[in-house]
Write a new protein. Structure first.
Length: 237
């Protein structure tokens, strides 16, 4: 395997397990710290969370961070100190710019099923901005196949905006055997949210596995026999 391609297996992630939350952390987070695993390029957090019915993260603060939330199944209710209140569901991309400071809560409003989500944080390219919020349903784009730009600082069609010109998040709901190319970038981070896949230069990947690419070109990703849902960060400087 190339030194430019670093596979991180699902079972090797940091793990938080409390009665209402099962969370797997791709990078150092909260009480879990490893000085050698604090980020990949501009990506500082990639948390794979399952929140039980009627529970969640009560109101808490953030600042100077671009936070993107992607729901895999179930629903997540967002409320913040800027007056935004929405329910996020699969196919609806959501971004919160913490900027100078924002308080928010993230709760599972359902009483009958968990919510499964991936939350990702990237550094902004401008500090101390006014806090902001944006969401967009990209289900129709995802249904066409391939990788869809979900959140970007570059203004791609169908993407919500983030305040980081060197970052784009791509999502793909790939059918069995479907092939895509990982974007060619200085840094890229590919996460298998569900299903399985084969990545050129990395081999077989299962749900929860991630690959960190560093100037690795544009390897081919092939979805497994049951398809795959993937999240790919294209990260510049």
């Amino acid at each position: 395997m190339s030194n430019n391609i670093d596979v991180r297996r699902a079972a090797d992630r940091f793990h938080t397990s409390i009665p209402w939350l099962e969370s797997h952390h791709s990078f150092s987070f909260s009480n879990h710290y490893d000085a050698n695993n604090v980020h990949h390029g501009l990506l500082l957090v990639s948390n794979d969370d399952v929140i039980q019915p009627g529970t969640g993260f009560s109101t808490h603060p953030h600042q100077d961070m671009e936070i993107v939330t992607w729901v895999l199944s179930g629903e997540l209710e967002h409320k913040d100190s800027e007056g935004n209140q929405d329910v996020i569901y699969p196919g609806l991309a959501q971004r919160m710019s913490a900027g100078t400071g924002i308080w928010h809560s993230e709760m599972n409003p359902r009483g009958d099923k968990p919510v499964h989500l991936v939350q990702m944080w990237v550094l902004p390219d401008t500090a101390r901005i006014k806090p902001g919020y944006e969401q967009l349903d990209v289900s129709a784009e995802l249904a066409k196949g391939g990788l869809v730009p979900v959140a970007s600082g570059r203004g791609e069609h169908s993407a919500i905006s983030i305040r980081q010109k060197d970052a784009t998040l791509w999502s793909g709901q790939l059918k069995a055997g479907e092939q895509v190319n990982v974007p060619d970038s200085k840094y890229a981070h590919m996460f298998v949210a569900s299903g399985s896949a084969e990545l050129e230069g990395a081999g077989s990947l299962a749900a929860g596995d991630a690959v960190r690419l560093t100037a690795a070109g544009s390897p081919v990703l092939t979805a497994g026999p049951a398809g795959a849902e993937v999240l790919v960060w294209e990260l510049g400087a």
